[in-house]
Design a protein around this ligand. Structure first.
Ligand code: AMP
Length: 209
């Protein structure tokens, strides 16, 4: 049977960092739907062409696109694999669809790791973080600035700060109900994301092992 562990948390909470750090220790496959979509955009696949506009605006890509991607991924995943889902499900409809997809593909959602951090920390981290909406290159205004402010080193696209605010709003309205969905199923393990990244990763490791 395939095992799914879901990573939930606002943008900036550190769920991608924690999933990336813990996955190799548990021999799990880290699945970031954001990264998959950026790759699809770069390769101009039909899903990428459909997703590009939503991503640029900081909105959510339609559920049908995501569900198809996840259905294909689950179908091609070998039994006994553990999957870390980072960025999926992001809506209640996706969470409900995943239940059916899991049943159809001999998979089970084991738990949902919620990495939680206060709003001021999210804003500080997000305020500094920049992901090029065109090619996905990552920057930070303090720690890793691009050579020329507001311009992506890799592809030259311009930064759009309003997107960051919009992403936090989208999280509040669309993704918070997903947390309730897994709470009702008694699957949520909450971890304080304001701690040091290594401490968060240890807590995630203990929750997932
Ligand atoms: P991320 O790297 O996880 O922050 O995702 C980057 C962007 O990809 C998001 O802002 C959305 O536009 C899109 N995206 C990623 N995962 C999903 C999802 N599960 N549902 C809808 N859109 C998604």
């Amino acid at each position: 049977m395939k095992k799914i562990i879901i990573f939930l948390g606002a943008p900036g909470a550190g769920k991608g960092t924690a999933a990336g750090a813990v996955a190799p220790k548990l021999n799990a496959r880290h699945v970031s739907t954001g990264a998959m979509l950026r790759d699809a955009v770069a390769r101009k696949t039909p899903a990428g062409v459909e997703a590009e506009g939503y991503m640029k605006a900081g909105g959510l890509v339609p559920d049908a696109v995501l569900c198809k991607m996840i259905a294909e991924l689950l179908a091609e995943t070998a039994s006994d694999t553990t999957l870390f889902f980072d960025g999926f499900p992001r809506t209640l409809a996706q969470a409900e669809a995943l239940e059916t997809l899991a049943k159809d593909n001999d998979a089970i959602v084991k738990c949902a790791v919620l990495i939680d951090a206060p709003q001021e920390i999210l804003l500080e981290r997000m305020g500094g973080r920049r992901v090029c909406p065109k090619c996905g290159a990552g920057y930070h205004v303090k720690n890793l600035p691009p050579k020329k402010e507001g311009i992506c080193d890799a592809c030259g696209a311009e930064d759009q700060p309003a997107t960051i605010r919009h992403r936090l709003e989208v999280y509040e309205t669309s993704t918070a109900p997903v947390i309730d969905f897994y709470r009702k199923a008694d699957k949520v393990v909450a971890i304080d994301g304001s701690q040091d990244a290594a401490v968060v990763a240890d807590a995630v490791f203990n929750a997932c092992k």
